[in-house]
Design a binder for this molecule. Structure first.
Ligand code: ATP
Length: 238
């Protein structure tokens, strides 16, 4: 393990019945690193994130955070600092913005401190005027900011975000990605981002991989930049 490694995954396998969608997948996410996980529909990206946060049955030789094996229960995984913003965001639309952000900490039996809330609002100033509105009444971009804030508010050391840009305008996606780059640079959080919008990801990621025949394959970021949206990518080595 390198000194700065946070998340280490070796030999991850996910199967649905006889269909093995992820097989021998390895990946690492280091302190302050943004890793893009790209690939076409059905490649196994969501299954990978769900397995890492123990929401999907899986096998693995190693899933560890900062050198310590992660437990295989979603709440325990989150409590150790591996946070997951699922596709669709998973907000409770009838609760307020503030309550949704508090849920990140509450789910782990913690109270969200004023300092943590303040940090989230500094990161996403667009949601500050709406703290006491129902989350479901906000725009898609604002809801994605709330979901990321909720994930970070649970003292995330590694944050995984599934389909960050889905349904959002390019300018909103850009704001979100710049904020996430800041989270990585300023707070040292490691980010594992899944998105169909590979061109946007290429702007802010440090490394990228795709899933080919179940395995993680490194992708050249400069190739991502010129791809159309769902291109699988070329491996940097074969
Ligand atoms: N609960 C499930 N039961 C059975 N098959 C599933 C289940 N979840 C996913 N799959 C299948 O596993 C494969 C990988 O799905 P997954 O959602 O992980 O892919 P993905 O790369 O995230 O795709 P997308 O970009 O479309 O979200 C697909 O063939 C999918 O149909």
């Amino acid at each position: 393990m390198s000194r700065d490694n946070l998340l280490t995954v070796r030999g991850l396998a996910v199967a649905y019945g006889a269909a093995r969608v992820v097989d021998h997948l390895d990946l690492t996410v280091s302190v302050g690193e943004i890793v893009a996980l790209v690939g076409p529909n059905g490649a196994g990206k969501t299954s990978t994130l769900r397995a890492l946060s123990a929401m999907t049955p899986h096998r693995a030789e190693e899933i560890s955070l900062a050198g310590t094996p992660l437990p295989r229960r979603p709440d325990a995984t989150a409590a150790r600092g591996l946070s997951h913003v699922p596709e669709g965001r998973g907000l409770i639309s009838t609760l307020t913005v503030r309550q949704n952000i508090e849920l990140g900490a509450a789910a782990l039996g913690r109270r969200l401190s004023r300092k943590s809330l303040g940090e989230m609002l500094t990161l996403f100033p667009a949601i500050e005027p709406h703290l006491d509105r129902k989350a479901g009444d906000l725009s898609g971009g604002q809801q994605q900011m709330i979901a990321v804030a909720r994930g970070l508010a649970a003292d995330a050391r590694v944050l995984m975000v599934d389909e960050l840009s889905l349904g959002l305008a390019p300018a909103v996606v850009s704001d979100l990605l710049i904020a996430l780059r800041g989270v990585a640079d300023d707070r040292g959080v490691g980010l594992l981002l899944v998105d169909q919008n590979v061109r946007a990801l290429a702007q802010i990621s440090d490394t990228a991989l795709t899933i080919r025949d179940g395995r993680g394959v490194a992708v050249d970021l400069t190739q991502l930049d010129v791809m159309h949206s769902d291109y699988l990518g070329r491996p940097t080595s074969t």
